[in-house]
Design a protein around this ligand. Structure first.
Ligand code: SF4
Ligand code: SF4
Length: 390
């Protein structure tokens, strides 16, 4: 008889996050991964940016608290809560941990909250790489007994969705993130690299924060959705697939999910998944998608690259009323496509180099003042594409 992978879906009632987390974990019999007393546990939230919990950019601290309480029942020796935020600013992960409320929660619970970049690092070699054959990350990934992934459901300008697999991009050390984006400049290749990164950490357990989510211009300036859900499971590929169904995304449009399946990291076939608790149909809610949504038109690769990189190429727009000239965008751009204005005075904005830009959307994702938008100017794109041909 086929053994299906179990995924639980629980509603959060009256903001009682802990009750939903405990129930979700009970339904899948998550305690089977707590194999002994005195285990060392690594909890990996999404701490993308220094934003408060109500903005729904980072994993909600109450979800982290609930996971810590659940783990504590099994007398662990040590719990770490780690991540590496985006952006070139020194100390940005510590700042994000504080502003997101996760640092204070860990302090209250007696748990160590530490940026990956402050731990010992080592180089990991990827088995059967699709794109990335090795990368540097924290030695904790191989030293701990168990990794619990605690991602958040958000739409994503470049990849369409960020949840389980994409959350493990946070195991890449802050300073190496732009390099990885630049190395795999097409969405196709970047998604292969994401599957490679996930294959190294491959969390044994995942608890998804579907409490406050982001739709539209996620993952940092989207609209907040109070979805009031917790999902739990062991297979991150299956969980990402369920989340797609839940929020109305075509699984094939989130390219890293199929790539992770191809690497044997889980299943996208929901016939092989047993849903416990709420049914997907009962709690589904269609999310607004980023306007930069990749188009799933079956074109030959050279043509889809041409169409994506020319006709549909989005232009970066800086909002002079919001820009504080903080330098985050030009120091974080992986290909040096943004330059500061010649005169650094409020009201002036950075400049953008269309040719260099690989539309990774990192600048918009990381701008602390939500001052960057993307626009597709088809007419201008047609004109530029023609002139670039000659
Ligand atoms: S656009 Fe945003 S990230 Fe760039 S300098 Fe202005 S405020 Fe900073
Ligand atoms: S300009 Fe923005 S979208 Fe373009 S490559 Fe740089 S960070 Fe990425």
């Amino acid at each position: 008889m086929e053994v299906k992978t179990k995924i639980s879906i629980q509603k959060i009632f009256n903001d009682n996050v802990e009750k939903a987390v405990f129930k979700a974990l009970e339904l899948i019999n998550a305690k089977k991964v707590m194999t002994k007393e005195g285990m060392t546990i690594l909890i990996k939230p999404n701490i993308l940016q220094a934003k408060p919990p109500e903005r729904a950019v980072t994993t909600h601290p109450e979800v982290i608290r609930a996971v810590i309480h659940w783990v504590n029942q099994f007398n662990p020796a040590k719990i770490y809560v780690c991540d590496s935020s985006g952006g070139a600013e020194r100390g940005i992960t510590e700042k994000s941990m504080k502003v997101s409320g996760i640092f204070a929660t860990c302090e209250e619970e007696g748990v160590e909250c530490i940026p990956f970049e402050k731990t010992k690092t080592r180089v990991y070699h990827v088995k059967n790489p699709l794109e990335l054959d090795h990368f540097a990350s924290s030695s904790l990934i191989e030293e701990v007994d168990l990794i619990i992934n605690v991602p958040k459901i958000k739409t994503h300008g470049q990849c369409l969705l960020t949840c389980c697999i994409k959350n493990m991009f946070g195991t890449i050390l802050r300073i190496n993130k732009p390099k990885t984006h630049a190395q795999f400049s097409t969405l196709e290749r970047f998604c292969g690299a994401l599957a490679d990164i996930y294959s190294v950490s491959r969390p044994q357990l995942t608890v998804i924060d579907g409490y406050l989510c982001q739709e539209g211009a996620g993952p940092s300036k989207g609209d907040v959705v109070k979805l009031n859900l917790i999902l739990a499971g062991f297979d991150g590929v299956a969980l990402d697939s369920v989340v797609c169904k839940l929020i109305g995304i075509n699984i094939d449009d989130v390219k890293y999910i199929k790539k992770a399946e191809k690497k044997g990291l889980g299943t996208t076939n929901l016939d092989h998944v047993e849903i416990l608790g709420e049914s997907i149909e009962n709690v589904s809610r269609k999310f607004k998608l980023p306007f930069t949504t990749p188009i799933s038109v079956p074109l030959p690769r050279f043509l889809s690259n041409f169409v994506g990189n020319t006709l549909f190429k989005a232009s970066v727009k800086f909002n002079p009323k919001k820009c504080k000239l903080c330098s985050t965008c030009w120091t974080s751009c992986p290909v040096d496509a943004i330059k500061p204005p010649a005169i650094r005075r409020l009201g002036n904005v950075p400049s953008w180099n269309r040719k260099k830009c690989i539309t990774c959307y990192c600048c918009a994702e990381l701008c602390p003042h939500e001052a960057i938008d993307f626009k597709v100017d088809y007419l201008k794109n047609v004109f530029l594409s023609i002139t670039e041909l000659f």
